[in-house]
Design a protein around this ligand. Structure first.
Ligand SMILES: Cc1cc2nc3c(=O)[nH]c(=O)nc-3n(C[C@H](O)[C@H](O)[C@H](O)COP(=O)(O)OP(=O)(O)OC[C@H]3O[C@@H](n4cnc5c(N)ncnc54)[C@H](O)[C@@H]3O)c2cc1C
Length: 471
């Protein structure tokens, strides 16, 4: 268990100061004994055991400013909860103050400029539903319950990344409350260096109170779904994945995964628990183009299930939600991969020999395309040499064997990391990742990030994150 307890977190929250703060806020403050506290502090990874001393639920930028000032003046740890999906539990402070944004989930779409103003408590589904009402979309991730804030600040990728790049490549502007309690805006024209850092540098620089995204025409219908085969065919299926992804148009994105088959209604019961290999697919072109581009996939072998169909993009965006229930224990490792060799695919398949864990999986997300067309230093996310994200993931109940599951992830990672670009995804880092993995994520951008941190948060008020130490 990791608590992340720091000296500042141990400072008691001054009662009279908190009462004054409560009087000045439009939103609520919850203490551990209050109704609603448990819900406000519920996060996705059940492995995390942190209890904030107080939760502030802002409804305005003014509430955020008052809370940041209160935490700074009383030397309290402060954390920010967007969607609460960070695997390291970075949404919560242990003993300090957590800003919880569930009361700020508005999305304002401007069809004429193809932009969306997004509040910091939004889940991906909030944005997808609002933008898809106009046939538009921002580049967001694969599970609709994930928070827009954390995903964006760490870079972000999803089904649209091949066409439009990292999520932050479509970020136009943010509004931010700084460590000093000032409200500033950052974009390519204003506070440019801060804007560079926010595009990948996480929650290190302040509290974002508004994101402005560029939108692109998508759907509302796409050709998408899942196709699965027996893992006995995994030699050919992994080759198929490589062949198709290496020549696929950018409208087609495939994520390949191997695991033991879940007890899902779309699988014949005889397959439940049996080793499976599957593609999650989204094609944003016309149905005719999709049919042609997916012909080799859909005619391959004898699939256990083929759920690919013309469907709403928002439905595809939530297709994988049920596979990631809140409260289970999760442990991951990730690497960016530039290309798939025979050796790599063979090592990938070998991780499943004799695997008994029902839900452990390795996903290879194809992301190559638009992100590689920008300069490496266009935003702190970098990693523009990545063509695939390799995510090694275990999921087990609280009474499950943490040691066995973590060991499987670590062993698979030890084998597969030799194929890495050298980069890994900051948003997939667990609480026990050593600091050098942060350097592994940012690579050449780390020193520059440390200088921006020194300018905007010299005393490291915002440190419940993958922390960048001020230079
Ligand atoms: C099931 C699942 C699926 C995922 N799929 C994808 C995917 O497809 N693509 C992808 O790119 N990532 C994906 N991720 C990773 C995801 O991007 C990170 O977990 C991210 O941290 C989630 O954001 P959140 O707002 O839910 O996180 P939280 O846990 O609420 O916050 C995480 C961090 O973000 C910072 N933060 C949050 N809000 C703010 C704010 N307003 N201002 C400043 N800092 C803030 C906090 O400091 C904290 O450190 C997935 C994660 C999960 C659990």
């Amino acid at each position: 268990m990791t608590t992340g307890l720091t000296d500042a977190a141990r400072n008691p929250i001054p009662e009279t100061g908190l009462e004054s703060l409560a009087e000045s806020l439009q939103g609520a403050i919850l203490r551990p004994e209050d109704d609603g506290f448990a819900e406000a502090t519920l996060i996705w990874n059940g492995m995390i055991e942190k209890i904030p001393g107080a939760v502030v639920q802002p409804v305005s930028v003014g509430d955020v400013v008052a809370t940041v000032n209160f935490a700074r003046e009383n030397d309290l740890e402060i954390s920010i909860k967007g969607g609460g999906h960070n695997i390291a539990g970075l949404a919560l402070s242990d003993g300090g103050v957590t800003i919880e944004f569930s009361e700020m989930r508005g999305v304002d779409v401007d069809v004429s400029t193809r932009t969306a103003r997004v509040q910091p408590g939004c889940k991906l589904s909030d944005v997808d539903k609002a933008t898809q009402a106009h046939g538009l979309a921002a580049t967001l991730g694969f599970v609709s319950e994930t928070g827009v804030a954390g995903l964006t600040l760490g870079g972000g990728f999803g089904y649209l990344t091949r066409q439009f790049g990292w999520t932050v490549d479509g970020l136009l502007e943010v509004e931010l409350v700084t460590a000093a309690g000032d409200v500033v805006r950052a974009s390519r024209e204003e506070n440019e260096e801060l804007f560079w850092a926010l595009r990948g540098g996480g929650g290190n620089f302040g509290v974002v109170t508004e994101f402005v995204f560029e939108l692109n025409p998508i759907g509302p219908e796409v050709t998408a779904g899942l196709i699965a085969w027996s893992a006995e065919d995994s030699d050919a299926v992994t080759q198929l994945f490589r062949r198709v992804t290496e020549s696929a148009p950018r409208e087609l994105t495939i994520a390949m995964l191997m695991r033991n088959a879940p007890p899902a209604p779309w699988l014949d019961p005889s397959h439940h628990g049996q080793p499976m290999i599957a593609f999650a697919i989204c094609h944003t072109g016309s149905p005719e183009e999709a049919e042609a581009d997916l012909a080799a996939v859909r005619s391959h072998g004898e699939p256990w299930a083929d759920l690919i169909q013309v469907k709403e993009y928002v439905a595809q965006q939530s297709m994988l939600d049920a596979t990631q229930p809140k409260g289970m224990h999760y442990y991951w490792k990730s690497e960016f991969i530039a290309s798939l060799s025979d050796e790599m695919l063979s090592d990938y398949r070998a991780q499943f020999d004799g695997l008994e864990a029902p839900a452990n999986q390795i996903v290879l997300f194809h992301i190559e395309g638009a992100l590689g067309e920008r300069p490496e230093d266009d935003g702190a996310i970098g990693n523009r040499d990545a063509a695939y994200v390799c995510a090694i993931a275990s999921m087990y109940p609280s009474e499950g064997s943490a040691d066995t599951n973590k060991a499987w992830v670590r062993n698979a990672w030890e084998t597969l990391r030799q194929y890495s670009t050298g980069g890994n995804y900051i948003n997939f880092q667990t609480a026990d990742e050593p600091d050098d993995r942060i350097g592994g994520s940012y690579r050449d951008a780390l020193d520059r990030l440390a200088r921006v941190k020194a300018q905007w948060d010299p005393h490291n008020l915002f440190r419940v994150n993958r922390n960048i130490k001020p230079a």
